[in-house]
Design a protein around this ligand. Structure first.
Ligand code: SAM
Length: 258
């Protein structure tokens, strides 16, 4: 069954990790973060809200529809100057029109089927001349084969039905671009990013995270017995030594005309 973002049991699923320099460098290529007002929609536990703060944003407002996620975000990042969190829906944030230089939405839109509504709200919140960045995985990104640096690909080798779930929920690039342009954005581009998600000292550290389904909503589609089977299969495939997990993403950049 799909992840329940409101369940307190999942509150730490999207916190407790740091953004990697591979992400920071990619973002800097797309927008100037220094001094910016950034709205991080679907912020989860605020990992990327902190990331924007560290990139030099003047203000970061994380918005999420889950009070549990926001709880974790406030606990971990609420003390940072200029960083705040509030409850809101991606299609109706309640924020003032044109209040943001940048609207950022990472790993959100595969959970929000009404792309035009989410794009329209992003357009409303971005100031004229501002930028919207949508980071998500397409079906093609998800389907990248498994390897020692892309163990996520092995999930679908072991349980092919998970790929069907992904193919149903992942954003179609054409539809997302159409939603952004339909909302009024211009110059919509899509860039591929191989983002280092996390480094682990040893395979068992990585497997411990898989066992808790942390940060991987697709694992909520497996029952506990299937999850144990998956962990066993991954253990067989992973070489000894540190694990560097790298995932393929697409970042759409869209500008609101001045
Ligand atoms: C996969 S997590 C990503 C969290 C964070 N952006 C990250 O990349 O670590 C998706 C987040 O989107 C939030 N979310 C899902 N649907 C939403 C909606 N309609 N409006 C606002 N937030 C939503 C969930 O509560 C969850 O925190």
């Amino acid at each position: 069954m799909p992840i329940d973002f409101h369940d307190v049991a999942n509150r730490n699923s999207y916190s407790g990790r740091q953004v990697d320099p591979s992400w920071s460098a990619a973002v800097r290529e797309l927008v100037d973060p220094s001094g910016a007002v950034v709205v991080d929609v679907g912020c989860g536990g605020g990992i990327y809200s902190r990331g924007w703060h560290d990139l030099g944003a003047a203000m970061v407002l994380g918005v999420d529809s889950s009070a549990s996620m926001l709880d974790a975000a406030r606990t971990e990042h609420g003390g940072l100057p200029g960083v705040d969190f509030r409850l809101g829906d991606a299609a109706a944030t309640g924020l003032a029109e044109g209040c943001a230089d940048v609207v950022f939405e990472r790993a959100l839109v595969h959970h929000t089927p009404d792309l035009p509504a989410v794009a329209a709200e992003a357009f409303r919140v971005v100031r004229p001349g501002g930028t919207c960045l949508v980071q998500d995985r397409t079906a093609d990104d998800v389907a990248q084969p498994g390897s020692a640096t892309h163990p996520r690909g092995w999930l679908f080798e072991v349980f092919p039905r998970l790929l069907e779930v992904e193919n149903r929920r992942r954003p179609d690039p054409g539809e997302l671009t159409a939603a952004l342009t339909g909302a009024g954005f211009e110059e919509v581009t899509a860039t591929t990013l191989w983002e280092v998600r996390r480094r682990y000292d040893a395979p068992e550290e990585y497997l411990a995270e898989i066992t808790t389904r942390t940060g991987r909503s697709i694992l909520h589609e497996l029952d506990d017995a299937e999850l144990a089977e998956l962990v066993g299969a991954l253990r067989e495939r992973l070489p000894d030594g540190p694990v560097e997990e790298i995932d393929r993403w697409t970042i759409w950049r869209a500008g609101r005309p001045s």
